[in-house]
Design a protein around this ligand. Structure first.
Ligand code: NAP
Ligand code: SF4
Length: 667
């Protein structure tokens, strides 16, 4: 008897039957643009083998003006059809089903040729769009239909029409961007004409036995967005026009409310999908921050949707469904919602991958094959780098012993797990613990081995991590703590100055300005960020009501400018906005003069001054902990040096795990 009867139940679409209720949601990876279609195919085929009921590709443009950026992947002609055929053949050979997402970016397209309902520039793009005339609108519709027909020719099982997230079709729907006075603007029946016509013409182009998903923005989270009544009207019209499934879109890209970040409560937006349940005939798909089989099963059990979409979890673990079905859910590598290696890579023009699974999108390059020559391997340090090495090497058949001076594995991941809004790190720790056990890694905790203790091993991997940097600020009796001491539970006063505004400085500021985690209380989280009900206010935006901070906090750095520029591209704004809401003062361009019982004396750009503080917390980066490596070098013992012990600067879990996995494969 499975623990996930709803999730694993088939879904009958009439002309076809999906094996389960799991949609692998669309995710731009950057692979298509690199032109290695074998690599693209293997990425999707791995997810097909892993049991995804229906895969949706990353967004593919129907025409150049709709492409998210110049040269973004499109479905423009016969050459594209041939490329995509490589993908669909591989997915079908592995028993999967795959739909191509048609993404027209409208005014979000990064280029001067972008088009929209009205010439209203987006706050996240430098380009003002051209408003389309009647012929221009007809061309866009025809291009959608042609792209869908080509997708069918390429062997896809369906298409998803991207109608949410503030993209082109969404721009016609909402008064926020549609200022037209002709038949495509004004009353809702006019504003929804374009998406409904696109669905109708796509259905006509592909015939009846082809999956057509419409991704509908259930809550826009922008001013003058859609109301719940409009969402329902559109859902019914799209159904009548020929859609097969309705997927949920949550928030426009320009929305100032986080929608997928790790601090968003799990399944935190399924209530908007649930509003449509029973009101339309189509199966409904819920989305956003659904990342475990338990959460997905609960969404379905509660009747919030007929199917769930998960995108990033399939980067973290392609075998999500087969592991859940086999009663091995604890082995599913968890998506922690960090965006660090997926969306942040996309915005940096890099191929996406996953912090937890560096093999994602590198399926043809990072392959952990069983070893033909098992060795005795010592890994010293059970932080993310050492853990990744240990479970990779042991999974390949090596005999691995993992040492750590602490009484438990996890290293600095334990700090992250204590930060309100970063609870997902607990799941990552639990997964590492499970995998250590299941791969047969022998642990020797509370043990710091010397070179003499390591003589019997064929390979030695030093992953001893980092120690907090002491910036040696003169202290004449002030209360100063390191971030480690703070996370370990040291008493912190009501007025705090934080020295150093990197990722850990921000984490400490979040830790000290919240007493309860909002991530575990959906109502409180919605109040904090101003997420209302689109039934009451168009777009679902209400004034935020943040919980006041119990402490007055100042976050400082020596670099000029406002702190926070080093944070993740897609999440930094969330941390900055949240700390501002908590009244945290962010100060750059300072010099630290001394710590006294009164607080922290600095020289700011406008001169010397006191930051009155009961406690000063030092978050000034780290230095490599290389004692063991130095001792091994002194004896001429070969070893592998990885993680923070290798390079401390900006060491984070992404680099540590990547290096650890690669080391585990190389042994
Ligand atoms: P970090 O990001 O390198 O930041 C160190 C901070 O200390 C900087 O603000 C730096 O700014 C300051 N600093 C450096 N040397 C100093 C000195 N001698 N005296 C005073 N201040 C000094 O390091 P971290 O905050 O310790 O984080 C470590 C790694 O973990 C980073 O890669 C970070 O991105 C990652 N991390 C990521 C997240 C996340 O949410 N993605 C969260 C936590 C940590 P100035 O030099 O301008 O003063
Ligand atoms: Fe999830 Fe982070 Fe991996 Fe992206 S990088 S898939 S958010 S764990």
């Amino acid at each position: 008897m499975t623990r996930y009867p709803h999730l694993l139940a088939p879904l009958d679409l009439g002309f076809t039957r999906l094996p389960n209720r799991v949609l692998m949601g669309s995710m731009h990876t950057g692979l298509e643009e690199r032109g290695d279609w074998t690599r693209v195919a293997e990425y999707y085929a791995a997810r097909a083998r892993g049991g995804a009921g229906l895969i949706v590709t990353g967004g593919i443009a129907p025409n150049p003006e709709g492409a998210v950026f110049p040269d973004a992947a499109g479905m423009f002609g016969a050459e594209d059809v041939a490329h995509h055929r490589v993908v669909t053949d591989r997915v079908h050979a592995d028993g999967g089903r795959i739909a191509m997402q048609i993404l027209h970016a409208g005014r979000y397209a990064y280029g001067r040729t972008c088009v929209s309902a009205s010439p209203v520039k987006s706050p996240i793009s430098p380009f003002a769009p051209r408003d389309l005339d009647e012929a221009g609108i007809e061309k866009q519709i025809a291009d959608f239909a042609a792209a869908a027909a080509r997708a069918r020719d390429a062997g896809y099982d369906g298409v998803e029409i991207m109608g949410s997230e503030g993209y082109f079709l969404n721009q016609f729907l909402a008064r926020h961007t549609n200022k037209r006075t002709d038949d495509w603007g004004g009353a809702y029946e006019n504003r929804m004409r374009l998406p409904v016509e696109v669905v109708r013409r796509v259905r006509k182009a592909v015939g009846p036995d082809f999956i057509l998903i419409y991704r509908l923005s259930m809550i826009d989270l922008v001013p003058d967005g859609s109301t719940s009544d409009e969402v329902l009207t559109l859902a019914r019209a799209v159904e009548a026009a020929g859609a097969t499934l309705l997927n949920s879109g949550i928030g426009w890209h320009e929305a100032r409310v986080p929608t997928i970040a790790t601090s968003v409560p799990r399944a935190g937006f399924t209530w908007v999908t649930q509003k449509l349940m029973g009101k339309v005939g189509l199966p409904l798909i819920a989305s956003n921050r659904i990342n475990t089989p338990e959460v997905a099963e609960a969404v379905l059990t509660q009747g919030a949707a007929d199917m769930v979409s998960m995108a990033r979890p399939f980067l973290a673990d392609p075998d999500f469904v087969v592991k859940a079905a086999a009663g091995r859910a604890d082995e599913i590598a968890p998506c922690i919602g960090c965006n660090q290696a997926c969306l942040d890579h996309t915005f940096a023009g890099l191929v996406s991958t996953c912090l937890v699974n560096p093999g994602a999108c590198h399926e043809t390059e990072i392959v952990a094959r069983p070893t033909g020559a098992p060795k005795a391997v010592a890994v010293i340090g059970a932080g993310p780098a050492g853990l990744a090495t240990a479970i990779t090497a042991a999974g390949r058949g090596h005999r691995v012993t993992l040492f750590d001076k602490a009484h438990r594995v996890g290293g600095q991941l334990h700090h992250a797990a204590k930060v309100p809004g970063k609870e997902e790190f607990r799941g990552l720790l639990a997964w590492f613990e499970t995998m250590v056990e299941k791969t047969g890694v022998e642990t020797r905790l509370s043990t710091a081995p010397s070179p003499d203790d390591l003589t019997g091993f064929d390979e030695i991997v030093v992953a001893t991590g980092v120690t907090p940097r002491d910036p040696a600020i003169p202290n004449t009796g002030g209360h100063a703590l390191s971030y480690s001491q703070v996370f370990a539970g040291a008493q912190v006063g009501a007025r705090v100055a934080i020295v150093g505004a990197g990722g850990i400085g921000f984490d400490v500021a979040e830790f000290l300005t919240q007493t309860e985690s909002l991530t575990e209380d959906l109502a409180a989280w919605r109040a904090e960020w101003g997420v209302g009900d689109p039934a009451k206010v168009p777009g679902g935006l209400v004034p935020p009501r943040p919980v006041p901070s119990p402490r007055a906090v100042t976050l400082l750095q020596r670099k000029a400018g406002a702190p926070g520029k080093s944070l993740g591209r897609t999440t930094g704004w969330i941390h900055r906005a949240h700390l501002r809401a908590k009244g945290v003062s962010l100060l750059g361009g300072v010099r630290y003069d001394r710590i006294t019982p009164d607080g922290l004396w600095i020289t700011a750009p406008d001169g010397p001054r006191l930051i009155a503080a009961d406690t000063v917390v030092i978050c000034a980066g780290q230095q490599s902990a290389r004692g063991l490596a130095d001792a091994l070098n002194a004896r001429g013992r070969a070893h592998h040096l990885i993680g923070g012990a290798d390079v401390a600067a900006e060491i984070d879990a992404k680099r540590a795990i990547d290096q650890g996995v690669r080391c585990g494969i190389a042994l």
